[in-house]
Design a protein around this ligand. Structure first.
Ligand code: SF4
Ligand code: SF4
Ligand code: SF4
Length: 259
């Protein structure tokens, strides 16, 4: 079976434009990329979160995600029943799981783990089968159906290059990545330099006015949050912490401090 993106689309009876699969810079999402001395992660302090949702807005702006594609989202749900009803509100980026469900089901190896723990999607290998969307227990992946906020092909907004993966995609066009691919939060890895260090923190963490989102290296015990300067491990030791759906064994790299 032809497991390339073009072959899969042909097999599925989908018309493939001649311009499909223009070579895009792939170095950042490859498994070999990233600084192995780092394990990037987040500590999200729910006591500090003021539910302003600026994190989600900053993510959309930074990654120029189209309609239906969500990387980091603010979830705000009502749980339980009166008189025990309560609101569950928190920011949910991709958990960058050490034992990720998404990579395990990916038939082409498009989803892989970088040396710094970030889980990437190589758009050139992704055939859009969406197995990973079904497998992710956190709902952290979305399929790019090719919708645009402004549909006119020549509108200036669509011509603004996405900085994602360090690639310049330019004008979005049908049959060309990232349309037809599955997409996800990559801890804004386009903000890393060639040594795998961050030139500036992720958009969600640096935008958070409540100082609730701490981003940094979880491997080095002395590493500090790149935004606020507090030691990541001290934040975790300060009071109880938990990870979402820990019982599944995904080993997420995102920790929450309770409200
Ligand atoms: S949260 Fe989902 S998409 Fe992200 S690494 Fe884990 S399983 Fe994969
Ligand atoms: S790390 Fe970047 S891509 Fe991920 S949720 Fe935050 S802003 Fe979005
Ligand atoms: S930006 Fe910070 S304070 Fe505002 S909703 Fe997001 S996590 Fe909470």
């Amino acid at each position: 079976m032809d497991m390339t993106r073009r072959g899969f689309l042909k097999g599925a009876g989908v018309a493939v434009a001649a311009a499909t699969a223009t070579a895009l810079p792939g170095c950042l999402q490859e498994a070999s990329a990233g600084n192995g001395n780092r394990r990037w992660g987040m500590v999200i302090d729910l006591k500090r979160c003021i539910a302003c949702k600026a994190c989600g807005a900053a993510c959309r702006l930074e990654n120029k995600t189209p309609p239906g594609v969500a990387y980091g989202v603010f979830l705000d749900e009502e749980k339980g029943q009166f008189p025990h009803a309560y609101r569950l509100s928190f920011f949910r980026p991709c958990m960058q799981c050490e034992e990720s469900s998404c990579a395990k089901v990916c038939p082409t190896g498009a989803t892989s783990h970088r040396k710094d723990g970030i889980v990437g999607v190589d758009y050139e290998k992704c055939i859009g089968c969406r197995y990973c969307i079904a497998a992710c227990p956190y709902g952290a992946r979305s399929f790019d159906y090719g919708h645009n906020y402004i549909e006119a092909a020549n509108n200036p907004y669509n011509a603004i290059p996405s900085s994602e993966y360090g690639a310049e995609y330019g004008l979005r066009s049908k049959g060309r990545s990232p349309i037809g691919n599955v997409r996800k939060c990559t801890f804004c890895l386009h903000l890393q330099d060639e040594k795998g260090e961050y030139r500036e923190p992720t958009a969600c963490s640096r935008t958070c006015m409540g100082k609730a989102i701490h981003f940094g290296d979880l491997k080095d015990p002395e590493a500090k949050c790149l935004v606020h300067g507090e030691k990541m491990q001290e934040l975790l030791a300060r009071r109880g912490h938990y990870r979402l759906k820990e019982e599944l064994g995904n080993e997420p790299s995102v920790y929450y401090l309770p409200a």
